[in-house]
Design a protein around this ligand. Structure first.
Ligand SMILES: [Zn+2]
Length: 303
């Protein structure tokens, strides 16, 4: 996951998921290494399934066309730029989404392969939430980001399934290097990695994502009664920390939601005053939806 932000640009509402802070300058030979990483992932059974799903989702003919989506960065993350265009004449809205996967450049190859598996899971699914959904709440945002299709649990499940394949392969990187094998095990041993069945346990991953330790009481207070929906939330010692902050995922996700909400509210007010709603008046429900959005999501937020 990354820092998410929204920007208003003349006439179009541009949503940036992630930022460009992690964009790092390319170095000689890096294109080659990205293709090695993609090939190593594709050579594992679980990785091959993932790569094929991504190719179908993005309508690619060849696996190496996936390279066009990959960049080096300072952290591994997926950026999706979602653009909404309003046609003032027809009142119709068009949406497009462009995805870039950044891979942290200073990791050993087997870890970068797991990062790629993880980010592909995030990247190929459609967005998990609509920033302008009047019914979206912080609790729902946290739940869907962790438990939704293509969310964090799915991503770790797939990366650890790939780790299992790498460790079981008699010819792969883990077979050649005990250090590689140890690093793979380090990342996934909590979830059934290398156990007899070779199956990764999703419920153990879920448990870790919701372990927030001393943050629990404050988080529950901030989320209000709705926090009960997050049944796995516990004060167990946190194990998984978000890549952007030094906080457990639910805490970082709440912060992200607040930031996103602030910008979405400012944009919605601007839309109203810019007359975009007048253009949409012919579309039944739209102005009412904007009003509901402002009422549900923006009260007491610096109108
Ligand atoms: Zn993730």
């Amino acid at each position: 996951m990354g820092v998410r932000g929204l920007t208003w640009i003349a006439g179009a509402l541009l949503l940036l998921v992630g930022g460009d802070a992690a964009l790092a300058a390319p170095r000689a030979g890096e294109g080659l290494r990205l293709s090695q990483i993609l090939q190593t992932l594709d050579a594992t059974p679980a990785g091959h399934r993932l790569v094929k799903r991504a190719a179908v989702a993005w309508k690619l003919e060849r696996v190496n066309q996936l390279l066009a989506y990959l960049r080096w960065g300072t952290v591994s993350k997926t950026d999706a730029v979602l653009t909404r265009h309003f046609d003032p004449v027809t009142g119709k809205e068009e949406r497009s989404r462009q995805v870039v996967i950044y891979l942290r450049r200073d990791l050993p190859i087997e870890e970068t392969v797991l990062d790629l598996a993880h980010e592909i899971v995030h990247a190929m699914e459609p967005p998990l939430w609509d920033p302008y959904d009047p019914e979206l709440t912080a609790t729902k945002y946290i739940q869907v980001s962790i438990e939704g299709a293509g969310g964090e649990v799915d991503a770790v499940f797939e990366e650890c399934t790939v780790a299992n394949d790498l460790v079981r392969s008699k010819t792969g990187i883990a077979a050649r290097s005990p250090a590689s094998r140890a690093r793979l095990s380090d990342r996934c041993h909590r979830y059934g990695h290398e156990n007899a069945s070779g199956r990764i346990d999703r419920s153990l991953i879920m448990k870790d994502f919701y372990a927030v330790g001393a943050w629990r009481d404050r988080l529950q207070k901030q989320l209000g009664k709705e926090h009960r929906v997050l049944q796995a939330l516990s004060d167990d010692e946190p194990v998984l920390y978000s890549s952007t902050g030094r906080t457990p995922y639910p805490v970082a996700l709440l912060e992200e939601f607040e930031q996103m909400n602030e910008v979405a509210c400012a944009n919605s007010r601007r839309r109203e005053s810019a007359g975009a709603l007048r253009a949409l008046a012919s579309m039944p429900g739209k102005p009412a939806e904007n009003a509901r959005f402002l009422k549900n999501r923006c009260q007491g937020r610096g109108a």
